[in-house]
Design a protein around this ligand. Structure first.
Ligand code: FNR
Length: 383
């Protein structure tokens, strides 16, 4: 489907052509101007990691199992001491005013309607307070460390006052380079897309390294968080702290030792280090490293309920959805996002039922196999 000259207005009903969650990705091309679509869809650099996420999921199969009684089936889980009716969270996605005037407030309404947890970005177009008022009881705040520590501390304070239940510190993107795709499409952030949470603070002084020093090491990375900042964060807030962007088992172990509430295995949907492994390939080692007693969430590349099933099989407790929420938001606002979550949940339930899984706990590693693997009775024994 090609882009139209001017994007279609947001719909007030679900278009009949959306039959699965992934359809929103295709349909959104009609609702988002091309440069903005390229900005959202693209990965960093050449998009190697972006593609690796899809390839990793496609390289696995789910083995159907026959004749099992799954009529007691459900997708409930408990995460960090809280009950959830399904394992689908909304990932932090910045600047949602790019695709819908109601922006994150619409997404928060959809989260409330579908009993989903919204993770609200530091760089949201609405303030964290506005988003909190529209969201249900499950809402977390995603933190980007700011160059000025007092600003970071104030964001933490505001999140707690607004009723957010956890902090998600994203650590994998201290340098954000727009994808080559979006640069080639001529994307520029429009003036109405501002980081509303930060508008009340004086902007940080731009870092200009001395002549001869690196624009990266002594420039952009000078205010990047380090382990000291993680320790500071854990001491600063009484909210549970999750870390997003974990791909290395040693980082996972070190974070666990410091007392984080949980980890999010993610490569930022292929938008951070291009060349990083597919999140799905990193997941089993991280689960093995931290054991079963630390919650591990997963994102990057999820477009269907079967993708969710595979992530749960490889060790995730639940997953976060990034781009699909922007696509659904662009098509039909809160209704679209709620519909997208409903579709994903149903796709997951279909996959579970046909694989003979009654609960999320039944989705173990033996339920998925690499393509072309012969199924022997030893696999069957395990599941
Ligand atoms: C993101 N992501 C992101 N992550 C984060 O921690 N803070 C943020 O503000 C943003 N902003 C953002 C904007 C856009 C346009 C995209 C596409 C992504 C990353 C996001 O939380 C998540 O990790 C990925 O989007 C997951 O991959 P999928 O589901 O998009 O394939």
């Amino acid at each position: 489907m090609s882009h139209r000259q001017s994007p279609s207005p947001v719909l007030s009903s679900i278009p009949a052509e959306v039959r699965c969650a992934r359809d929103y990705e295709v349909l959104a091309r009609r609702f988002i101007a091309e440069p903005a679509y390229e900005y959202i869809a693209g990965g960093s650099g050449e998009g190697i990691t972006l593609a690796a996420n899809f390839a990793a999921s496609a390289s696995l199969t789910v083995c159907p199992r026959l004749l099992r009684d799954v009529t007691a089936g459900h997708t409930r889980l408990s995460l960090a001491g809280r009950g959830f009716s399904h394992p689908i969270l909304l990932a932090p996605v910045a600047f949602q005013a790019l695709v819908h005037p109601g922006a994150e407030v619409e997404t928060a309404r959809a989260a409330a309607a579908t009993d989903s947890c919204i993770v609200s970005s530091t760089l949201s177009s609405c303030t964290l307070e506005e988003i909190a008022r529209a969201a249900g009881s499950n809402k977390w705040f995603q933190l980007y460390f700011q160059a000025q520590r007092d600003v970071t501390a104030d964001l933490l304070r505001r999140a707690q006052v607004a009723g957010y239940g956890a902090i998600v510190a994203t650590l994998d993107a201290p340098i954000q380079v727009p994808s080559l795709r979006s640069q080639r499409a001529g994307f520029q952030m429009p003036d109405h897309c501002v980081a509303a949470n930060l508008s009340e603070y004086a902007p940080a002084e731009p870092v200009r390294p001395e002549p001869g020093l690196s624009r990266i090491f002594q420039g952009l990375m000078r205010s990047a968080p380090t382990w000291r900042d993680v320790d500071w964060l854990l001491a600063q807030t009484s909210l549970p702290v999750w870390v997003k962007g974990v791909l290395h088992p040693q980082d996972a172990l070190d974070l666990k030792a410091r007392g984080v509430a949980g980890l999010i295995v993610s490569n930022h949907g292929g938008r951070a280090l291009d060349g990083a492994p597919a999140s799905l390939h990193a997941l089993p080692q991280i689960r093995a490293a931290v054991g079963d007693d630390l919650p591990v969430l997963f994102d990057s590349g999820i477009r269907s309920g079967t993708d969710i099933f595979k992530a749960l099989a490889l060790g995730a407790d639940a997953v976060l959805i990034g781009r699909l929420q922007m696509y659904a938001l662009s098509v039909a606002g809160a209704l679209g996002v709620a519909h997208m979550i409903k579709l994903l949940r149903e796709e997951l339930e279909i996959c579970m039922a046909l694989a003979g899984c009654t609960t999320l706990a039944d989705i173990c590693q033996a339920t998925v196999l690499p393509q072309n693997t012969t199924i022997g009775t030893s696999n069957a024994d395990r599941h």
